[in-house]
Design a protein around this ligand. Sequence first.
Ligand SMILES: NC(=O)c1ccc[n+]([C@@H]2O[C@H](COP(=O)([O-])OP(=O)(O)OC[C@H]3O[C@@H](n4cnc5c(N)ncnc54)[C@H](OP(=O)(O)O)[C@@H]3O)[C@@H](O)[C@H]2O)c1
Length: 306
Amino acid sequence: MTGATTLVVGSGFVGTRIARRLTAAGDAVTLVSRGRPADPPERYGARWAALDATDAEACRRLVSRLRPRRIVLVHGPSDVTWCEAHPEEAARAHAAAAAAFAGAGGRARVLMISTDNVFDGAAPRNTEATPVSPANAYGRAKRRAEELLLARAADALVLRVSLVYGHEPADAGKWLNYFAACAHRLRAGARVEAPADQWTTPVHVDDVAEVVAAVLSCVTPLPPVLHLGGPDRVSRAAWAGVIARSLGLPPGLVVAVPKADSRYASRPRNTCLSSDLLGTLPATRDLAVRGVEEGARDLRALFTGP
Ligand SMILES: NC(=O)c1ccc[n+]([C@@H]2O[C@H](COP(=O)([O-])OP(=O)(O)OC[C@H]3O[C@@H](n4cnc5c(N)ncnc54)[C@H](OP(=O)(O)O)[C@@H]3O)[C@@H](O)[C@H]2O)c1
């Protein structure tokens, strides 16, 4: 049991799983966001407080009250399409939150969940040594936030994560991850149009939470930037086929289309990360990151259950 006081900024799809994992390990976790999360943190032993992470003074007050040893920045805006339509708001929000916690964090370890969209998508897979070159507004906003955090916080880490997937209930209204969106549409008998020319290295959300827990607890020095991608490089179309088969549904429901004709037109061709460096670090080398077949198998019961 760690007993650490941990602040998780953002209580959405990824933040909630991280908070659950850290709470299970014994951290005293407070999640913050502007609105109450759909999954009430009290149910799994965490707490929630209202906070706008772009309000530097409110962040400072919260940190001086809680005195967290760890801070995880996992807040929005996270929707690539929204960021493309609102580039200045996206940039302002990510920069303001990173600056606020870099300044207010004191001696806390501040871990920011970043993205493979800091790359332009030209390379099939990106390592920590690949030069960044964001090709969309979301990637530019996240890159600026990375820079601010790494330059200003005493103990900062950036964990760039590839496309994250996991379970979301059928009645969530709007599914935040590709796996859940595909699974629920396919189960309803709907066709899924998926690009055959947009590639990703998907990561199960529980594997993200596992790596975050390990990195936060690591007492030996870590590289300031780490990548976490799943072991499989798949096109969205191929992945949707895996999802259909794992749910016992006809793969013919998946229709491969060109990225340019799909809702993913503004995404880089490759959003893929190599986890090779993570695989060499003592803190993380024994952690197994699931491939897409195993991930789909592990999620099957949650999507087909009663
Ligand atoms: N999902 C992925 O595949 C993926 C992959 C790589 C990196 N990431 C990164 O992980 C982070 C979270 O992604 P996600 O998928 O969990 O997104 P999400 O489900 O949309 O959750 C975002 C959370 O941030 C909160 N938030 C937004 N603006 C805020 C503000 N100004 N102050 C405080 N809280 C705020 C939202 O709640 P309110 O709106 O109520 O405030 C929500 O709880 C993003 O930064 C994204 O770049 C995600």
